[in-house]
Design a binder for this molecule. Structure first.
Ligand code: PMP
Length: 306
């Protein structure tokens, strides 16, 4: 469930939530031509702080670049705008959605280099994406019949709106079959990623996650790998198949919305004893300690708002 914010930052102005609109025949509405980010702001001992803000904005700018969309705001200006958007909405913790989109139509002719895209930053309270019970008990996941885009079908490193039809189809299929989330394979049949998350498995105490070839370069993925290595937990990137996942000791998702979500079952096969494993639980605890400023080792990941 989402609790919407009051104000949205829109091209430098704060506007009411209901007033941030886009024309029905805009190129973004019709073709999904645009990019976005998902960021979280956490409550720390020193007030609110945005988690890895500059890394998210860097990815946003690069998402635009690979689609020939030139965001006219600098990273510093975008960071300030995110702070304003969070400041204008009085949530203790919130999800932040910067969006870069094209409100014009038939002007680009397919070449967006000279189009000045709009930028909006919406903020809402999303709580835990997979709910508290899922975080403590684990979620049931289904391998999707839809493959993750080949790298030359869509730009897989760009968080483009259009990419998400693929993920929504995968999730919808999983939910219709009684699962909580879909997990997509790449076109070679190796495990790629979830609909809004990267995936990890634990084998013989070692953490394994797919390489970046076909997937989004997750910032939570990077945080978890950094934390794991700092703890002396070996971690490597390697392609693996769905049956290797079925027999893993532990499996979990990482993502800004999803945070660290233990997976209890894949395609009706129980993972481990069906409850979150020790490495998943340890990494989740360390991740939340970092995000909420309890572990000073990762203080540079926090961008204080208040
Ligand atoms: N893969 C996909 C397809 C996603 O949408 C997301 C969410 N942004 C992720 C992975 C995880 O990325 P991050 O940890 O940066 O949120």
């Amino acid at each position: 469930m989402i609790i919407k914010g009051k104000k949205i930052w829109l091209n430098g102005q704060m506007v009411d939530w209901e007033e941030a609109k886009v024309h029905i025949i805009s190129d973004t509405f019709c073709f999904g031509y645009g990019v976005f980010e998902g960021i979280r702001c956490y409550k720390t001992g020193k007030g609110r702080a945005v988690f890895r803000l500059r890394d998210h904005l860097d990815r946003l700018i690069n998402s635009g670049l690979v689609l020939y969309l030139n965001i006219t705001y600098s990273l510093d200006e975008l960071a300030e705008a995110v702070h304003k958007a969070v400041g204008a909405n009085q949530f203790e913790e919130c999800y932040i959605r910067p969006m870069v989109y094209v409100s014009s139509y038939y002007e680009s002719g397919g070449d967006f280099r000279n189009i000045v895209p709009d930028v909006a930053i919406a903020v809402w309270d999303w709580g835990h994406y997979y709910d508290e019970k899922a975080l403590t008990g684990g979620i049931r996941v289904k391998i999707a019949s839809y493959a993750r885009h080949h790298v030359n079908v869509h730009m897989t490193k760009s968080k483009a709106f259009a990419n998400y039809l693929n993920f929504v189809l995968a999730r919808g299929e999983a939910i219709r079959a009684g699962f909580r989330e879909g997990l997509l394979l790449d076109i070679n049949g190796c495990v790629a990623e979830g609909a809004v998350d990267n995936v990890f498995m634990v084998k013989k105490g070692e953490l394994i996650t797919p390489p970046l070839t076909h997937i989004l370069e997750g910032i939570t993925r990077d945080s978890v790998m950094t934390i794991a290595r700092d703890q002396g937990i070996p971690c490597r990137e390697e392609f693996f198949t769905r049956d290797q996942l079925y027999v893993a000791e532990e499996v979990f998702f990482t993502g800004t919305a999803a945070e660290i979500a233990p997976i209890s079952e894949v395609d009706y096969i129980q993972i481990g004893d069906g409850t979150p494993g020790p490495i998943t639980k340890e990494l989740a605890q360390l991740f939340f300690d970092a995000a909420r400023g309890k572990d000073k080792t990762y203080a540079e990941w926090l961008s204080p708002v208040d």
